[in-house]
Every structure is written in C-alpha cells, then in structure tokens.
Design a binder for this molecule. Structure first.
Ligand code: NI
Length: 137
C-alpha cells in the first residue's frame, strides 16, 4: 500500500461574532456563553489550517498545489468572512451559531467541493492560541 502525504496551508482572517441561541432566554445565553454572548459582539484573529491528505502525483510531485489551496481559501472563505461580522454579514451564520466548531465545519463545506475526490480535507481552526478545533475529527 502506498503511503499518503499530508499537505498543510495556513490562512488567516479577522472577524466579529457573538455566541447566542435565540431559542434560549437572555439569562440562559449568559449562563451558557458568558462574555462570548455580550450583545455588541467581539472579535477574533482566526487562523485556519487546511490539511489535505493524498498520494503524491508522479507528474507534478505534489499532493495538491498549495497555491491552489490559498486561492480556494481567498475565493470561498476569506472574501466572505474576513473583516466581517459573522452573525450579521454572512448567510452561513444567519441561523447557525458561529462557534469555532461550526466555523470549521462551514469552511470544510465551502472548500471540499473544489478539491479532487481522491484528496481528504481536514480543517483546523484556531480561535485563540489556546482554543482550536478540528473538523472532521
Ligand atoms: Ni468569541
């Protein structure tokens, strides 16, 4: 069996958000989300790592061209999310709570249709240096 190789591309965006579930009361939201639920939003410097696993293409020597990954992120993610308010400015989070978990899942949904089907995509999203998530796990 051939070994596979993982290729990583890191990108960055800034965005504001608020964690809030409209099905819950103000007190329940405050208890659940704390400062993250303050009504006037707050910002994060998000770091996104795309991990792409596949076999090395003998013609190019690449699993995937990192320039292609960078272009996909710019077109499908950064244009939508960078310097935006995720709750107010994006269709993706009109009804979905913009937690790191959900943001990573949405980025996966936005990028994976544009990758060759023999490549496996994982999205690692850092909301802070200490808090990060991986989708799918
Ligand atoms: Ni936050």
């Amino acid at each position: 069996m051939k070994h596979k190789t993982a290729v990583y591309r890191r990108e960055h965006f800034n965005a504001a958000h608020r964690l809030f579930n409209p099905a819950l009361s103000a007190d329940e939201n405050a208890a659940l989300f704390g400062k993250c639920s303050y009504p006037n939003y707050h910002g994060h410097n998000y770091e996104v790592v795309l991990k792409v696993v596949g076999e090395i293409n003998p013609v190019t020597g690449f699993v995937v061209d990192t320039k292609h990954l960078s272009d996909l992120m710019k077109e499908h993610v950064l244009e939508k999310f960078d310097h935006r308010n995720l709750n107010l400015d994006t269709n993706e989070f009109k009804t979905l709570i913009p937690t790191a978990e959900n943001i990573a899942m949405v980025i996966h949904q936005l990028i994976s249709p544009h990758l060759a089907p023999n490549l496996d995509l994982t999205v690692i999203l850092y909301e802070t240096e200490r808090n990060y998530v991986e989708y799918p796990a």
